[in-house]
Ligand binder design. Structure first.
Ligand SMILES: NC(=O)c1ccc[n+]([C@@H]2O[C@H](COP(=O)([O-])OP(=O)(O)OC[C@H]3O[C@@H](n4cnc5c(N)ncnc54)[C@H](OP(=O)(O)O)[C@@H]3O)[C@@H](O)[C@H]2O)c1
Length: 206
């Protein structure tokens, strides 16, 4: 699959490497100029490129890997009709106070989906520090026991996200609809949790 990353920081770099290892190609973009990504692309190798937002948006699947507030700086028409994995987390101290989130009227990914009109959005890869993902993958046996949550409304896109989770060595765990993605946000017990499918289910469902 051709995978685009909006963001070229920790999350994009670790996931890009894991996806490349499974035969995918990646295009990464950033905020402060593609020159800054040159050493990253050199490290990732020939299956990786840096590109502008338009190039990223041309890929089959787009991963959002920017600080949460940066999502709303991106043109809202940009990802129309695109498959998007939202890996972001909202932290009020970093991203500012957002009333709908403070009052729990919406989940963070629901606001992302509202912003990118016409995009298919699932939430995944947000709940575990990416450094931990990489080290778990390096010992595949322990990764196999770890479940990663995903949530969204589009069943085909959920299958793609689940396939990526499985390919890099984890167990996909379907939390439910995009509205249910609030059960795997940074303000829930699932955040930073590393455990089996059964243990994750208990965390989510009590
Ligand atoms: N770190 C983790 O372990 C982890 C795990 C799961 C989820 N998350 C979440 O994933 C997101 C990214 O985290 P991170 O650790 O990768 O952050 P990071 O290392 O600070 O990287 C953020 C990236 O976003 C880019 N960016 C910022 N604004 C942008 C814009 N308007 N357009 C395009 N690119 C933009 C930055 O570009 P420049 O480099 O040019 O500034 C940078 O490449 C956050 O929401 C975080 O909470 C983090």
């Amino acid at each position: 699959m051709k995978i685009g990353f909006i963001g070229g920081g920790h999350v994009a770099q670790v996931l890009a490497k894991l996806f490349i290892n499974e035969g995918h190609t990646v295009v990464l973009t950033n905020k402060h100029g593609l020159e800054k990504l040159k050493p990253v692309i050199d490290r990732l190798g020939s299956q990786a490129q840096a590109g502008n937002l338009a190039e990223v948006a041309r890929q089959d699947l787009i991963v959002l890997a920017v600080p949460y507030k940066a999502v709303f700086e991106i043109d809202d028409q940009f990802l129309k009709g695109k498959d998007v994995i939202d890996a972001t987390n909202y932290f009020p101290h970093r991203d500012g106070d957002i009333e709908e989130l403070r009052e729990h009227q919406s989940g963070t990914s629901e606001l992302v989906a509202e912003h990118f009109k016409g995009a298919n959005v699932v939430k995944a890869f947000n709940s575990i520090p990416v450094a931990d993902l990489a080290s778990l993958v390096s010992s595949k046996d322990s990764a196999k026991k770890v479940a990663l949550p995903l949530a969204g409304d589009d069943s085909e896109l959920k299958k793609k996200a689940a396939m990526l989770i499985s390919q890099i060595g984890f167990v996909p765990y379907d939390v439910g609809s995009l509205a249910d993605s609030n059960k795997m946000q940074s303000d829930t017990p699932v955040f930073l949790f590393i455990g089996s499918e059964e243990a994750l289910s208990k965390k989510i469902n009590g």
